[in-house]
Ligand binder design. Structure first.
Ligand code: 5GP
Ligand code: MG
Ligand code: MG
Length: 195
């Protein structure tokens, strides 16, 4: 039986590079939260880190371990991709938050921002629930592919791990038809895998 690696054409971001960058992002977030007068206390932590399922699960896990302040964690699920590599362009929220985010500072954690459709849909949704600020922390961004611009809310900031070339990438949470999420790095599949 072959391994997952056999289907990878090239590695874009190694596990070591990702780990280094994730620590940097977490330090930046920690110091921004600390300076931002978010009044963070353990009894009522006003910061909610919201992972966009499923793609952000590994990134979120590594990121929050390096944020040195009390935070809470929740998940939301948005679906725009079918099982292929082309977005439907009409994202839907298929599973909502468990927590009440009224008056909270939300950090939305995404695997990748591509057209921007998913993010703008999620931000509008979280804003309607009364978040007092919305930041976005994405592992990857493909700025060339942007179709929709999104606006952060309140004092929200934009954090990005890597600007990614316009390939369909998998690994470290990102899938093709639910496979490859468990690769510890981000890579590009061999062309025959897309057929
Ligand atoms: P957008 O709505 O910005 O077009 O797409 C966002 C979602 O599409 C991402 O959260 C991700 O699930 C999926 N996506 C976009 N580009 C890629 C890619 O290169 N690889 C994978 N695996 N998913 C992608
Ligand atoms: Mg995603
Ligand atoms: Mg996907």
């Amino acid at each position: 039986m072959g391994t997952l690696d056999d289907n990878i054409e090239s590695v874009l971001y190694s596990s070591e590079e990702i780990s280094r960058r994730v620590s940097e992002l977490a330090s930046q977030i920690t110091s921004d939260l600390d300076n931002n007068n978010t009044n963070n206390t353990e009894s009522s932590p006003p910061v909610v880190v919201v992972g966009v399922a499923t793609g952000a699960f590994l990134f979120l896990a590594d990121l929050v371990r390096n944020i040195k302040l009390p935070i809470t964690v929740d998940f939301i699920r948005a679906e725009s991709y079918g099982s292929g590599t082309v977005s439907s362009g009409d994202p839907r929220i298929s599973s909502d938050l468990k927590m009440d985010i009224l008056g909270k500072h939300v950090i939305l954690v995404e695997d990748i921002v591509d057209t921007g459709n998913t993010l703008s849909c999620l931000i509008a949704h979280l804003k309607s629930k009364g978040a007092s600020s919305i930041s976005v922390c994405t592992l990857l961004d493909k700025p060339e592919r942007r179709k929709v611009n999104f606006e952060l809310v309140g004092e929200g900031k934009y954090y990005c791990g890597f600007e990614c070339p316009d390939y369909f990438v998998v690994g470290y949470g990102l899938d093709l038809a639910e496979l490859y999420r468990n690769l510890p790095y981000v890579g590009v599949l061999k062309p025959e895998m897309y057929k």
